[in-house]
Structures are given as C-alpha cells and as structure tokens.
Design a protein around this ligand. Sequence first.
Ligand SMILES: [Zn+2]
Length: 199
Amino acid sequence: MSDEVRVTIAAQACVLLLHRDTEIYPELDTVLVYPSTYVAKTKTHDGPVVIEGDVPRLGESWERGLVVLAWDAVRRGTANVEDGHNVVLHEFAHQLDQEDGTMDGAPDLGTTARYATWARVLGEEYADLVERVHRGRGSDIDRYGATSPPEFFAVVTEMFFEKPAALRARHPELYAAFADFYQQDPESFARPAGPRAGA
Ligand SMILES: [Zn+2]
C-alpha cells in the first residue's frame, strides 16, 4: 500500500462528504486494495440448487466496515472524470447508504420531507430504468443501476459527479435530490479544458 494508492482513494472518498455535516465513514474500518480486477467466489441459491461461481470484481462494499477495490479500476476511474464511471465513488456511496443501518438506496437524509421526496423521485426514476432495461431500450443512466435500489443510488452518484450536465438536463428532479443530499452542484465545477467527453 503506497501513498499514491492511499491519497487517490481517500481524496475521492472525501468528495462525497464535502459540505455535509456528517461523520467520516464511521462504520468503515478497512479499505482492502487488490492490484487488479479480482475474482470473488459466489454462492447463489436457486430453490434447492446452490450455484457456485467465480465473478470478476472491480470493487465491493460490505456492511461490516469493509470496502474492497481493484487498483487498476481505481486508476481507470480516476483518469477519466467525465465518463460516469468511478469505482471509488460507487463503493463509498454504498458505505453512506448503509450508515443508517440498512442498505436500501436511501442514505441518512435527516428530515421526513427529504425522505418523502427521495422516495418519490428515486422510486419513479428507478422504475423507469428497470422498465427500459427490461424492454431492451437504452438509457443514459448505466443499466447496472437497475439491479437494485442500492445500486441505483451508487450508479447515479457516479453520474452526478462525473456527468452532472447530462443528469441535470434529462433528470432535473433526480439531480436536485442528489444536490440536496450531497450539498454540492457539480455542474458548476470547473471542468478540464478540451472536448467534453460524453457530456
Ligand atoms: Zn454496487
């Protein structure tokens, strides 16, 4: 573990905490970093049948204080801040999601009014994405977000910080809900000079 690895991951993890009155990942004890994409053993149950498999992973977030990242994926995500893919933002968004005790796609929002808005806006957008994926139609939100509400929250977090203009233009209420939670307006951030990739 080098300082380059530590700083690259910590700096991006901190982006999700800026301007928010919050703890610094209170449940998180360990960030485990593999050199490259790693293979996780999985067991899924399909009725009485147990299917064991090897699944390649870029990262994962565990409810018991652990984030696992593949360094090559971290470097790829860091090198391009406008493609909407960032494994550090993704896995640390999962950590925020489970700070309130449940990983359900809603982090600790504080007020009842915010929960109501969150449930309505994210519920509609998630249902729309699931429908699009089901029908084989395209979407500007990564289809992995249709996996579950927690994945939707993590995927939209990546898009919020890396493709804010597109998110705001096509999903203004979703953008507003995330801007309210993260207390940031990434669309107003200065962008690197040159052609804007995928904006
Ligand atoms: Zn995820």
